[in-house]
Design a protein around this ligand. Structure first.
Ligand SMILES: NC(=O)c1ccc[n+]([C@@H]2O[C@H](COP(=O)([O-])OP(=O)(O)OC[C@H]3O[C@@H](n4cnc5c(N)ncnc54)[C@H](O)[C@@H]3O)[C@@H](O)[C@H]2O)c1
Length: 457
């Protein structure tokens, strides 16, 4: 119903003020608190196109930077994209230093290593080349080198202090090589806080890259399993932001600057999310099963950016919240295509494994949205009753999981019912995302959802 509100665009302002439907009951906001009445729309500038990577030199020069830290991971450091970036920077008179020790799925320690290099180097700009791991590491390096603080100072509460980023950061150009986290569009940096056994993150608008250069040439070398995991992350970003609690059901912030980056579903994020769901339906399986399918690869990279703009403003909910302790519990599982130096349940895999169970659970909160999402994924929803919405959506997700080679549930990645207490304990503090579930999930609900996610079909 929140879609029915009238949208007024204030002249010269990027904020949209929306009159909310008065009869909507609050879902998680206390009835005594005033509810949110506005939402903000922010994204990075984006350049999309084949060969656009070569524009990085001119872009960095345009931001006035002269010495930049190029942040990448050990595999990509030897690849073609980093070579093109270094050539283009040199041709524009920029002096680059390469940091190539990004950990695939960063930890507090690996963020710390990049922060130390960034702090010592006093760079006036950053270029991230890689997947979410490299882009998030560059965001953290930029933040802590610019405004030094303990790592937990800017980390989301209740795990960290949630201190807002104090001022503008140095320019950061993000060049994604996966399709993808959408990190080139978001003000979020995620890492594994090893002592807590779960991922957490930093979220603030000022963390957003100044520019994302989104070039389909850079995903040509993606191993199929990385393409599958990253593509399923795209799908979940879009599905979760589309089905998230409406922004108008959150309590209003005390001051506009305290409005969270993840605001809840809103009419603008819906547009990006719906389009990204349809694109993933058309192109994800093709991009994974045939890396030579240029159209599918390019469309999935574009879908990643679309989904990033959607969830970067609306947020994600339970599949992401539940994924963080799953990643933290990785032991003995190393999927094909990923480095074998540490066990890993890749981010996109850890998000998609609970997704079918979650959407069956959340569908009663808004059957129409879940049915529409199922239809965008190709389900025949003609004549479907509201009670069918969860199964219809979950079945479409399972079909894509099977076609992209996903393991059949948490039990297939070495996680069992004996782990459920730890998984629930790791999900509960993920307020930033769990509070956006359209249907509140108690600890007992989470336990049922993790048990249901042990097998997906
Ligand atoms: N900041 C955000 O908004 C956001 C959103 C979603 C996920 N994330 C985070 O991003 C991380 C996952 O990132 P990801 O899925 O993009 O993967 P990744 O960066 O972890 O990379 C996975 C593997 O693929 C390799 N790889 C990447 N691109 C390649 C290419 N073109 N050719 C060959 N190999 C390539 C990498 O070297 C690495 O070994 C997680 O830590 C996750 O939590 C962040």
């Amino acid at each position: 119903m929140h879609l029915d509100g009238g949208v007024t665009l204030a002249p010269g302002d990027h904020r949209h003020v929306v009159e909310t439907a008065k009869e909507d009951p609050p879902m998680t906001a206390s009835a005594n608190l005033p509810r949110e009445t506005a939402f903000a729309v922010d994204t990075s500038a984006i350049t999309f196109g084949s060969g656009a990577t070569r524009e990085v030199g001119a872009a960095v020069a345009g931001f006035g930077a002269k010495r930049v830290l190029v942040v990448t991971d050990p595999r990509l450091a030897k690849g073609e994209t980093v070579g093109i970036v270094l050539d283009a920077l040199g041709a524009s008179g920029i002096e680059p230093e390469v940091f190539d020790r990004v950990r695939v799925e960063p930890t507090d320690a690996s963020f710390g290593e990049a922060i130390a290099v960034a702090t010592a180097g006093r760079f006036d700009g950053y270029v991230a080349v890689g997947g979410g791991s490299a882009i998030d590491t560059a965001k953290a390096a930029n933040l802590y080198a610019t405004y030094p603080a303990d790592l937990l100072a800017y980390v989301n509460p209740p795990i960290g202090e949630g201190r807002p980023v104090p001022g503008p950061l140095k320019p950061l150009v993000a060049i994604p090589t996966t399709a993808g986290t959408g990190s080139e569009t978001t003000g979020v940096a995620i890492f594994d806080l090893v002592a807590r056994g779960a991922k957490t993150g930093i979220a603030h608008r000022r963390l957003r890259p100044s520019l994302g250069i989104v070039d389909p040439e850079n995903t040509r070398s993606l191993p199929p399993m990385v393409a599958a995991c990253a593509g399923l992350d795209v799908l979940c970003h879009a599905l979760e932001s589309y089905t998230a609690l409406p922004y108008s059901d959150r309590p209003a912030p005390e001051r506009p600057e305290l409005r969270p980056a993840y605001q809840g579903a809103n009419p603008v994020s819906d547009i990006w999310a719906e389009r990204a769901i349809a694109m993933a339906a058309a192109f994800l399986v093709r991009a994974v099963t045939d890396p030579a399918d240029d159209e599918a690869r390019a469309q999935m990279l574009l879908a990643a950016t679309y989904a990033g703009i959607g969830f970067g403003n609306a947020g994600v909910h339970l599949p992401h919240g539940m994924s963080y302790p799953v990643s933290g519990l990785a032991r003995g599982f190393v999927p094909a295509g990923y480095p074998d130096d540490h066990p890993i349940v890749p981010h996109g895999m850890s998000v998609i494994l609970p997704a079918p169970a979650v959407f069956r659970f959340t569908a009663p909160a808004d059957p129409a949205r879940h049915l529409h999402a199922a239809a965008l994924l190709g389900a025949d929803t003609r004549g479907a009753a509201p009670k069918d919405a969860g199964d219809l959506l979950a079945n479409q997700i399972v079909s894509i999981m099977r076609q992209t080679g996903m393991p059949n549930g948490l039990s297939a990645v070495g996680i069992g019912p004996e782990d459920v207490d730890r998984l629930v304990a790791g999900t509960v503090p993920q307020h930033r995302v769990t509070k956006l579930s359209p249907r509140p999930a108690s600890e007992a609900d989470l336990r049922v959802l993790f048990l249901a996610a042990m097998t997906c079909w």
